[in-house]
Design a protein around this ligand. Sequence first.
Ligand SMILES: Nc1ncnc2c1ncn2[C@@H]1O[C@H](COP(=O)(O)OP(=O)(O)OP(=O)(O)O)[C@@H](O)[C@H]1O
Ligand SMILES: [Mg+2]
Length: 257
Amino acid sequence: MSSLELRGITVRYGRFTAVENVDLLVPEGTVTGLVGGSGSGKSTLGRAVVGLAPTQSGRVLVDGTEVARRRGRSPVQLVFQNSYASLDPRMTVGASVAEALSGGAPGRRAPARERRAARDAEVARYLELVGIDPARGARTPDALSGGQRQRVALARALAARPAVLIADEITSALDVSVQGAVLNLLRRLQRELGFAMLFISHNLAVVRYLCDQVAVMDGGQLVERGPTGRVLEHPEHPVTRDLISCVPDLALAEEAS
Ligand SMILES: Nc1ncnc2c1ncn2[C@@H]1O[C@H](COP(=O)(O)OP(=O)(O)OP(=O)(O)O)[C@@H](O)[C@H]1O
Ligand SMILES: [Mg+2]
């Protein structure tokens, strides 16, 4: 089980501050939902965690150790809304997953044939984990449906054995029917594998289903955070109340409580 801690993250694009001095703890093996209006800085914060945004200051700690000081592969993986952005269109999806695999046996000295067989078995294992027939590994991303591609993007992220997964609107481009399946899968894998997750979403119903804590962003700052039940049922900040009032079912649940 792993934890993620952000300390004083500030991101600037030129003179514009997109994220300002954000502190956030995602406790071991739990899921924090990151919500907020469009342009509030959610994606920028997610990207800052993996070094894809121009971070002015701040520290990212995984299990108490600063990420930049760790050696080897990043312990944090990011999955985007657009699965095309996570997968190389020219590579077969099997090759994309293989590229992310985090080493392991057999070692470099083993014969090439043996190494290839072990790698293929690992790729098949990750594709099966996300419910994709390993035979589809030979296809390129454009030969898969959106839901299948998003599953492959998830398999690729998981193949890197992340301590932390950042999921940025990963189901918003999908059909509602497929969204449920991908979210169920994500919840099951998160519980089984025990990674910490920052789940960025506009959908408060999904956040309620998936997240232990909720953090609310506005204008680049975190304005409210707490256990999901408390934040959604007894919001303290006007921005949180606004977000909730836009979701009829949640607003009703709040009135009833
Ligand atoms: N590469 C960039 N260059 C300049 N400004 C940027 C860049 N990326 C994001 N911004 C700005 O930073 C702010 C936060 O953007 P961000 O994408 O993080 O918002 P968001 O909360 O993810 O929004 P959404 O819910 O629409 O995805 C916005 O004002 C955006 O215009
Ligand atoms: Mg975004």
